[in-house]
Write a protein that binds this ligand. Structure first.
Ligand code: ZN
Length: 297
């Protein structure tokens, strides 16, 4: 008898601003294991929204890197650079709901503010040389995060009005991610805890746009032994395509999965049988010793 069909749809959504580093490989692996454990689909989305920050060839390099690690995705890759019409349609819908305003505040004018102070909230129709902001009015939102447990915030007060389209004309991540999670039918968002706060904006937008809200699961970020987050900014080295077994071993060690080094796809299949999301419950960071980082390419 065929296994019961799962409706779970997860995704990995890298930004092609450089090659994958260990933190992004960890993100890919956790989202992959969770989707496969539940017999679901694992989709890929290239978050290439911001051409000035992108590196030529990085998107293709990421795909080759995933393949080298046996991380094969379902369906075709969705490229955000090709989704402008959908983002514009969503903005139009929000405008019809009077949920937007046009903001001309400079970075300098907002310096030192924890959240947007509401300066331009009265500009409810388009004006030139403006960013488009979403008016966040919700005063209480509560949800259960798959890894981090019960979450609650006052989005209006704690996070404030968020930019959906930048003054330079590029669409903002917060809009694109919601429109695309809906487009790809994502049921479960599995990503790093550094994006936990963004869930409140995104949850508000899913509701406002009348789109199904996915479940959220925020796993711990990798930190250096000195407490700094492992990121491209902190010179995290690229994972080497020459040593996929070793890179996967390193990720599995972080997840406390005892997987022997074989072929990457076999290692992932083995890890899928061992993986239990409870292992990451309420853990916010995973320290990694610099000596254990993979070699530079
Ligand atoms: Zn403003």
């Amino acid at each position: 008898m065929p296994p019961q069909e799962s409706h779970y749809r997860g995704r990995f959504a890298p930004t092609p601003s450089g090659p994958l580093h260990l933190g992004s490989l960890l993100a890919a692996v956790i989202s992959y294991l969770e989707a496969r454990r539940l017999g679901g689909q694992w989709l890929l989305r290239m978050e290439d929204l911001d051409p000035p920050r992108e590196q030529a060839g990085a998107a293709d390099a990421i795909l080759r890197c995933l393949e080298a690690h046996g991380l094969y995705w379902d369906e075709s890759v969705l490229y955000q650079s090709q989704r402008s019409e959908a983002y514009e349609a969503a903005l139009h819908k929000l405008q019809q709901q009077d949920a937007l305003f046009w903001c001309q505040c400079s970075r300098k004018a907002l310096k030192g503010q924890m959240t947007y102070p509401g300066t331009c909230r009265t500009f409810r129709s388009p004006r030139a040389n403006s960013a488009v902001r979403y008016r966040v009015t919700e005063q209480c939102d509560v949800f259960i995060d798959g890894f981090q447990g019960s979450q609650t915030a006052n989005p209006a007060q704690d996070f404030g009005d968020v930019i959906l389209k930048r003054r330079d004309g590029f669409y903002a991540y917060q809009l694109a991610v919601v429109v695309d999670d809906a487009r790809q039918g994502i049921t479960d968002v599995v990503r790093g805890i550094d994006l936990l706060h963004a869930s409140y904006w995104q949850r508000a937008l899913f509701r406002q746009l009348d789109l199904p809200t996915p479940n959220f699961h925020h796993f711990p970020v990798l930190i250096h032994a000195n407490g700094q987050k492992l990121s491209k900014q902190s010179q995290a080295p690229a994972v080497s395509l020459q040593t996929p077994e070793r890179n996967l071993r390193q990720v599995f060690e972080l997840l406390q999965l005892d997987v022997a080094p074989t072929r990457p796809d076999q290692m992932l299949a083995h890890a899928t049988t061992l993986w239990q999301p409870d292992q990451l419950k309420n853990i916010q960071s995973l320290p990694i010793a610099l000596a254990k980082m993979p070699n530079r390419v």
